[in-house]
Design a protein around this ligand. Structure first.
Ligand SMILES: Cc1ncc(COP(=O)(O)O)c(C=O)c1O
Length: 423
């Protein structure tokens, strides 16, 4: 009997887990406990099968062929845009651009939109909590365009300093960019306040939703964002496909990012005009099969219900945190204030996280160790590398217990060794 709680019954949880073939495998002779979901999630059979079926039955290039397979592929590709648009509450599927990943989505904004709309002296304000993918493109834009880049501080408790946000967003601010949920601390940011601050100054509002969209209901309309970025592989879909949502009028005014085939309407030797949205931003042969997989992934998530997923993960996260706090040899970062996802950064005192992670792997437990592509955040909170356990709806209390047990073993092995056998 699985340990379902609240949002999912034990039977439902068992059925959910059966949808993910990889969860049956063993690692180092132990049943796999996969807790690296913030890096990439596992895939249900429906996603895997949809991609294999596409290759078996309809595979062809899109938008270029009159033949039946070309038509079927085109329809499948466009239907995937429609499924994603519905999932995020976009007004039209033409506002959903398929890119490679969240990183490419953010680069598109920081290159194409910024190059046209930002001038020297303008400000872009992001938070200190951002993943590198929402920092480095803006550092490049700063160098290229002579803009200022400001960072909203994060408090020691792991939440955004909203007073500092108010001070940082000024009449010169043209864009405010914020991570919806932190891939390091799990913190879910209050985006409405930030959006209102941006709006009051006439600035655009960009949301990095790579960590939020897999775990909680997201509606771009009620978020009131102008741009929203996400990665398919973190939400049950395949790698190689990501999402940039932007309001239609903004996309109409923004120049293309990559150029070449499929993104044009007309080409002469003197110049070119652009295709309709979203294809203006989808140059070359896109990831058609991956789009089909992503479309299936959002169908799976919708069928389960994002509210239920969120509430199940909250309960599971609360259970794990309570158990983790009982370990005196563990330092936990964040989770002191506000809403949080079941994403936990922590360290076993005196043990390098890479050593700890490699021992956990011996127990069949997959966690991440390192700086989690968020070095400015780590530095600002005085953190170095950490372990990170990130849960998803197919994880269970048994998974949490297995990790707690293994952490005790890590402490006992390393700290005993370090203290010459004394504990
Ligand atoms: C919050 C956040 N933004 C962006 C990214 C980048 O995602 P990708 O590597 O799929 O582009 C990540 C990846 O971990 C992330 O956690």
């Amino acid at each position: 009997m699985m340990d379902g709680r609240g949002a999912f019954t034990a039977e439902e949880l068992e059925r959910i887990r059966a949808d993910f073939p990889i969860l049956k495998r063993e690692v180092n002779g132990e049943k796999l406990v996969y807790l690296d979901n913030a890096a990439s999630t596992q895939k249900p059979s429906s996603v895997i099968d949809s991609m294999a079926d596409f290759f078996r039955t309809s595979n062809a290039n899109i938008h270029r062929a009159i033949h039946t397979l070309g038509y079927e592929s085109t329809v499948a590709y466009e239907n995937a845009h429609k499924a994603v648009a519905k999932f995020i509450g976009a007004k039209s599927w033409r506002e959903v651009i398929f890119v490679r990943n969240a990183t490419e989505a953010l680069n598109l904004v920081a290159y194409s939109w910024a190059s046209k709309f930002l001038s020297p002296g303008d400000e872009v304000v992001v938070t200190m909590m951002e993943h590198h993918s929402n920092i480095v493109p803006w550092l490049m834009a700063k160098e290229r365009l002579g803009i200022d880049l400001k960072f909203i501080r994060v408090k020691d408790s792991g939440v955004l300093d909203m007073e500092h946000a108010e001070e940082s967003i000024t009449d010169r601010t043209r864009l405010v960019g914020a991570i919806h949920a932190s891939n390091v601390l799990g913190a879910v940011n209050d985006l409405h306040k930030l959006r209102d601050l941006a709006r009051a100054r006439g600035a655009k509002f960009l949301v990095d939703g790579a960590q939020s969209i897999p775990h909680m209901p997201v509606d771009v309309g009620s978020l009131g964002c102008d741009f929203f970025a996400a990665s398919g592989h973190k939400m049950l879909g395949p790698t190689g496909i990501g999402i940039l949502y932007a309001k239609r009028e903004i996309l109409e005014e923004t120049p293309p990012f990559l150029t070449g085939g499929d993104m044009i309407s007309m080409v002469t030797v003197r110049g070119a005009t652009w295709n309709d949205l979203p294809f203006k931003f989808e140059a070359g042969t896109p990831a058609v099969c991956e789009a089909v997989g992503l479309g299936e992934a959002v169908k799976y998530l919708s069928a389960l219900g994002m509210e239920r997923i969120y509430s199940y993960e909250k309960e599971l996260g609360a259970y794990f945190l309570e158990e983790l706090k009982k370990l005196p040899f563990v330092d936990i970062y964040g989770h002191k204030e506000g809403e949080c996802l079941a994403v936990f950064s922590f360290n076993v005192k005196g043990v390098h996280p890479h050593d700890a992670a490699s021992m956990l792997d011996k127990f069949g437990i997959a966690v991440r160790s390192g700086n989690h592509c968020a070095q400015p955040l780590m530095e600002s909170l005085g953190m170095d590398n950490t372990l990170r356990a990130s849960f998803y709806f197919y994880n269970t209390r048994e998974d949490a217990d297995r990790l707690i047990h293994a952490l005790k073993e890590v402490d006992s092995l390393f700290n005993k060794t370090a203290s010459g056998g004394k504990k």
